[in-house]
Design a protein around this ligand. Structure first.
Ligand code: DX5
Ligand code: ZN
Length: 220
């Protein structure tokens, strides 16, 4: 059985106060910080690079989960490892060499995770499932916070959960995009255990919002 974890995305935090906001989610009981790195090519938005990870690392004990929305993510493995990232999630759509890129992440001492966009099937990542620590199923098209959860993605979460059982594998299942107090239960029931939430956590009272998400995870 996998531990349920809330992973607030700092994409929706105050960019001038990342340290303050991360300490806040840590105090509120979040388990993971989700860090959205975008390059303006893989997605139509730009955020930040490994400098933000290096700045946060000495300020928090939380697990730093870096979600790379960049082309050829293998190029940046070393620098994110040095910056102090705990895990790197890379899109199967972003590289010709998903297997090699995941190997590189493991060799750099980080946990390796593979991500699939809403239009990408589980089939595409079957050959690498035995080597990953986590699979991230996008529940919106990547690039921006505040979009609507796509419920059809739960079929992929169920499929992954089934494969994991049949093959006796160990990866966690993360969902990202449109997670709120209304959608988190569906994701949990489908088999996800790591829940990224950006706008839901940071709009309004952060402590209350995290508590509400956790409460939804408790119900049977
Ligand atoms: C989307 C990012 C998400 C984003 C989620 O490209 O990968 O992590 O921050 O934001 P919400 O929770 O607002 O959908
Ligand atoms: Zn993300």
């Amino acid at each position: 059985n996998f531990k349920n974890k809330i992973a607030p995305s700092i994409l929706s935090a105050d960019f001038g106060y990342f340290v303050r906001d991360v300490k806040r989610i840590e105090a509120a009981g979040a388990e993971v910080v989700h860090i959205d790195v975008m390059d303006g090519h893989f997605v139509d938005n730009l955020t930040f690079g490994s400098g933000v990870v290096a700045a946060l690392r000495p300020q928090t004990d939380l697990f730093l989960d870096v979600h790379m929305m960049v082309e050829n993510p293998e190029t940046y493995v070393e620098e994110f490892a040095v910056a102090g990232a705990d895990s790197m999630s890379i899109h199967v759509e972003a590289t010709h060499h998903i297997h090699g890129a995941l190997q590189k992440i493991k060799a750099a001492g980080m946990q390796a995770s593979v991500v699939i966009n809403p239009g990408t099937s589980v089939e595409t990542i079957k050959p690498v499932l035995s080597m990953v620590d986590m699979v991230l199923v996008m529940t919106v098209n990547p690039g921006f916070g505040g979009q609507k959860f796509i419920p059809e993605m739960m079929d992929k979460v169920r499929e992954l959960s089934q494969i994991r059982k049949e093959k006796n594998l160990n990866f966690e299942i993360e969902v990202d995009g449109g997670i709120t107090d209304k959608t988190i239960e569906q994701a949990k029931n489908a088999g996800a255990n790591v829940f990224v939430a950006g706008s839901y956590v940071f709009n309004g009272n952060v402590e209350e919002n995290i508590a509400k998400l956790k409460e939804r995870l408790m119900t049977k």
